[in-house]
Design a protein around this ligand. Structure first.
Ligand code: SAM
Length: 293
């Protein structure tokens, strides 16, 4: 049986005191208790976190803070409670039914920026776009580009649609419900994908396991099922000179590299800011040979 969530501290005090006691209450639940408390308080007050810290620490605590805190104490992801998550240069609406974008996935955009250097990808494909995370960040990065986001989940696509319009990217971003690259026509300069890659038996924190969609997380017993589906589609979808950048789990670099090399792709590994293997950059082997010769 799951233990009931701790009772949130009573409201009616100033923000400064409420933040301190919320931080204490959140410590067993979150790795970032103070940050979570600040984000919830800023959301309750309807101000940015910066404004909260600079101008509102002596304000009375709004009544809405208690219920928000109670949700976080019950392990609900903070981004579902506030309804948004910052990613790269953009802010994305998120909620139940869609994966919360992770900061580590910004490694894929960094890798793309480095790969293209002063050049610009003109066409971008995001396989498993979720709330539009990689597609919309890449389109914000390259204002001359257009792109397509594909996802199998109608809930995810509803968030992607909302984000595409809210970010003013409606004219450059299209969305399609589909099964990876099946039914996608054309070839793309940049293919991005953060597919599900968790093995079905793996332990996950309660806030992920109990709240985020399993279809965005799990990919068979070894977590590789979706790479097995995606890899054979890449040669057809990759434009000459293009790159496919895939997120991977920390232990999957060798296995996914083998799947990509079996498709005659050359593969480079990129680590995230924590030093863990995070992304593979795949290009056509023939182009690598041409560039080197
Ligand atoms: C790990 S989430 C990544 C979401 C987003 N790209 C991000 O990085 O925040 C994987 C996404 O793949 C989608 N997905 C799962 N199976 C799929 C399939 N067969 N075809 C297309 N998308 C799929 C899920 O719905 C989910 O949105």
């Amino acid at each position: 049986m799951t233990a009931p969530p701790p009772t949130p501290p009573a409201s009616g005090r100033g923000v400064r005191v409420a933040l301190a006691s919320a931080t204490t209450a959140l410590t067993p639940v979150s790795a970032t208790p103070r940050l979570d408390a600040e984000l919830l308080m800023a959301h309750a007050l309807g101000v940015s976190r910066e404004t909260l810290l600079l101008q509102r620490l002596d304000s009375p605590t709004p009544h809405s803070f208690g219920p928000l805190l109670a949700r976080r104490l019950a392990h609900e992801p903070i981004a579902y409670i506030t309804g948004s998550r910052a990613f790269w240069t953009i802010e994305l609406a998120v909620g139940p039914g869609v994966l919360v974008p992770r900061a580590d996935s910004e490694t894929l955009i960094e890798a793309a920026v480095e790969h293209f250097g002063k050049g610009n990808p003109k066409t971008i494909l995001d396989l498993g776009t979720g709330p539009g995370t990689l597609l919309l960040a890449a389109l914000d990065q390259w204002p001359g580009a257009t792109g397509l986001g594909v996802d199998a989940s109608p809930e995810a696509l509803a968030y992607a649609e909302r984000n595409r319009l809210a970010l003013g990217l409606g004219a450059r971003a299209s969305l399609q419900r589909g099964d990876w690259g099946e039914g996608v026509s054309g070839a793309f300069d940049l293919i991005l994908s953060n597919p599900p890659y968790i093995g079905t038996g793996e332990e996950l924190p309660a806030e992920v396991r109990d709240h985020e969609p399993g279809a965005a997380l799990f990919a068979g017993s070894d977590g590789l099922d979706d790479y097995r589906r995606i890899a054979p589609q890449l040669p057809r979808l990759l434009a000459p000179g293009g790159a496919a950048i895939l997120e991977i789990g920390a232990t999957q670099a060798a296995a996914v590299t083998a799947l990509l090399e079996a498709q005659s792709l050359a593969v480079a590994l990129r680590h995230d800011l924590g030093g863990r293997p995070r992304a593979l950059i795949a290009t056509r082997s023939s182009e690598l040979v041409t560039r080197r010769s």
